[in-house]
Every structure is written in C-alpha cells, then in structure tokens.
Design a protein around this ligand. Structure first.
Ligand code: GLA
Length: 391
C-alpha cells in the first residue's frame, strides 16, 4: 500500500510555473510523503512512496551508474530514501528490463547487477520493472535474472514485474509464465494501464472477473506473490463516488496492491473516507492472502463477488454493473459456497455503512443501485438468523 506518481503525474518534466506542483521531482515525493504521514494514510497502511518513469538522467554517469535527472532531483536519490525512511515510509522506484523505459529513459539491460546495487545503496525497498523495449522471448530469462541480482544485494527489495502485461495471454495458459512469476516476482501487472475513467477501470474489473477459485490467475495470487490490477483512481477526476467505491471494494476482493495516484494535497473528504475505510483495508490485507473471484451473476450486470478471509469469514461485494434505471435486488446464497459452513448462521456487517445488520441463515438479498456496490463481511454466528432482508 502506498502512493505512486504515474497515473496522476505521468511524465511531467517541466517544473516551471504551474508545473512546479505537478512535475516529477523531489518536492512532489516529499509533499506526498508529508500528506501520507500527517493525514492518516500511513497509519492506515499506505506506507510507501513510489516514483514511476521519468526520474533518470538521459545518460548513465561516468562510472556507468544510473543517476537521477540533476535538475529535478538535486539532492540525489539516497537523500529521498532517507527522507522517506525517517517518516517510516518505504521507497519505491521504477525501471525497465529492456534497454530503455516506456518513456525512453535508461533501462536495466546489460547492467542488472550494477543497477540492483545502485538502487540498494539508495535505500530502495521496492522496484517496478516494466517491459518496454525488450522482446517477450527474452523476458523468460531476464525477469528471473534481475530478481537474482536484487537478492544478491542483500537488501530486501519487493520486486514488481510488468512481464504479463506484455504477453499475449498475460502469462496464463499457453504463455507459460505464471509459475515463473510466482517463483521470481512479488507482484506483477497482468493487464493494461489504468486510466482515470470508468471504461478503463471496468475493463480491468472484467479481466479480473474469474468465476472460480481454481482459475489460474486467482490461484497465482497469495502471500509474497500478487496479481496487480494497477493503481486506484479514487480521488481523481474520472469516477463518480459510487464508481470510486466500486473500485475500492473490488480491489479489496482482488487482494490487490493499493496504490494511490492522486493529489493528496487537494483530495476531497469523500474520496479520503473511501480510501481510509479501515474495514475494507482489512479485507484487502487479510492474512490468509487469498484472492477473491466472481461467485454468481458473472455474465450479467448483477454480480456477487466473494473472498475467503481468515477465521472463516467472507467478504461479499454485490455489484450492479448496469447503468440504466435506479437499481435491482441482488441475492447471495451462502449455502452454495463450498468453503462456508453448511446451514451456518452469519453476522452481516455493511462495510460502507459501517453497521452490523443482523444474522442470516439463508440467502441474503439487497437492493443495489446501478454503477454501485454494497460490501459485506460475513462472520459465523452462534445464533439463528433473523435477517432475510431487502434494504
Ligand atoms: C507503462 C506502464 C505504466 C507506466 C508507464 C511509464 O505504460 O504500464 O504503468 O509505468 O509505462 O512510462
């Protein structure tokens, strides 16, 4: 969990005039670090600042090392690492497994060991390694090899691989790279870049809409190795409040990394409330580490998503993906879930309303507005159900 430059600030390198507040430079990272700490984000779990593309100088230095753009990072990267660590934040950086990054800056190719050591010497805790400017056949060797270079530094560095995003079947099935990702990477970008609008977010949701816990992609996610559907757009311009709630609820079901990419200096109170919902964060961070999936209605607009949680709990998201009219009832049948106790009673907690609703024994029906979700936590209860509701 943390904050990442890319979607909101892209490759803005002109820091003159108004650009001063939006360009990729050390001030932006420090401003966001301050906001994470002072506005309660860090304590809620968002404890990392990740710089994405466009930080390096166009050339390596005289000793062949990577070096940041001197105008935008005059204090150097080690000093940013210190600033973040003093605030109990982690430092994330970005590079590319090929000869250059997607935006044309220096890549890792030919320098895996030197670059891993350089990043470790800056106090880097996390690296996203993109896959532009490398052919996909070479990725089978390159991604594991750079992971070994990171391990050889002796510094624990979380390794994010964008490998599947470049493969025809996203490393599944005939691509035959999912097992290698699980072995060599800590997380990976499976799919297209998120953008600030519902069409983008819903295309990602549809890619994640697997209808079984035994699906290859769902199975691949787990502690130490996660599928990454890309950044949260909560707090930006393109999503309505109910769409922001939908993205946040489903990223919790997906066991997804939670990266903000928004201006924390000006974020609205309603977006902040979504991002700081501790109960939904707890679902996202659940220690069992199982990725959820689409349970029913998956080929329709009225879907139920489910994620198995520790202590036998379950998180349920009822999603109305329709966009016409007011809304519809959606029903969830706990007795059809293999891993829930048969004929059990469950306490129902409404996670956006933050209210206990009562106990159910049988099916659970709720009214869900179009383009919206409702999210519930079910926990086993000793008492009989008293709730069979449409609320
Ligand atoms: C690719 C990645 C994005 C971002 C850009 C940077 O498009 O998928 O997340 O890192 O490159 O250029």
């Amino acid at each position: 969990m943390g904050w990442m430059t890319w979607e909101r600030y892209t490759c803005t390198t002109d820091c003159s005039g108004e650009g001063a507040k939006r360009c990729i430079n050390e001030q932006l990272l420090k401003d966001m670090a301050d906001r994470l700490v002072e506005d309660g984000f860090r304590d809620a779990g968002y404890a990392q600042i990740s710089i994405d593309d466009c930080w390096p100088a166009k050339e390596r230095d005289a000793s062949g090392r990577q070096t940041p753009d001197p105008n935008r990072f005059p204090s150097g990267m080690a000093s940013i690492g210190d600033y973040l660590h003093e605030k109990q934040l982690k430092f994330g950086i970005y590079s590319d497994i090929g000869s250059s990054t997607c935006a044309g800056y220096t890549g890792l190719k030919g320098n895996f060991d030197l670059d891993a050591q350089t990043f470790a010497s800056w106090g880097v805790d996390y690296i996203k390694v993109d896959g532009c400017n490398e052919n996909t056949a070479d990725m089978f060797n390159d991604y594991p090899a750079f992971g070994k270079a990171l391990n050889s530094t002796g510094r624990p560095i979380v390794y994010s691989c964008s490998w599947p995003a470049y493969m025809a079947h996203r490393c599944e099935g005939s691509d035959k790279c999912m097992a290698s990702l699980v072995e060599h990477c800590n997380l990976w970008r499976n799919f297209d870049d998120v953008a600030d609008g519902w069409a983008s977010v819903s295309s990602i949701i549809n890619f994640w809409k697997r209808n079984s816990s035994s699906d290859e992609m769902v199975q691949a996610g787990g502690p130490g190795h996660w599928n990454d559907p890309d950044m949260l757009m909560v707090g930006n311009f393109g999503l309505s409040e109910s769409e922001e709630q939908t993205q946040f609820a489903l990223w919790a079901i997906f066991a997804a990394p939670l990266f903000l990419s928004t201006d924390l200096r000006t974020i609205s109170e309603s977006s902040k409330a979504i991002l700081l919902n501790k109960e939904i964060i707890a679902v996202n961070q659940d220690q069992l580490g199982k990725q959820g999936y689409c349970f029913s209605g998956c080929s329709s607009d009225l879907r139920v998503w489910i994620r198995e949680l520790e202590n036998g709990d379950a998180a349920i998201v009822m999603q109305n993906a329709g966009n016409f009219g007011d809304g519809s009832n959606i029903t969830f049948h706990p007795s059809l879930v293999k891993w829930l106790p048969k004929n059990g009673n469950f306490n129902v907690r409404d996670m956006y309303a933050q209210k206990d609703l009562g106990t159910i024994t049988g099916p659970l029906t709720f009214y869900v507005h179009v383009s919206s979700v409702r999210m519930f936590r079910l926990s086993a209860s000793p008492s009989e159900g008293n709730l069979a509701v449409v609320v």
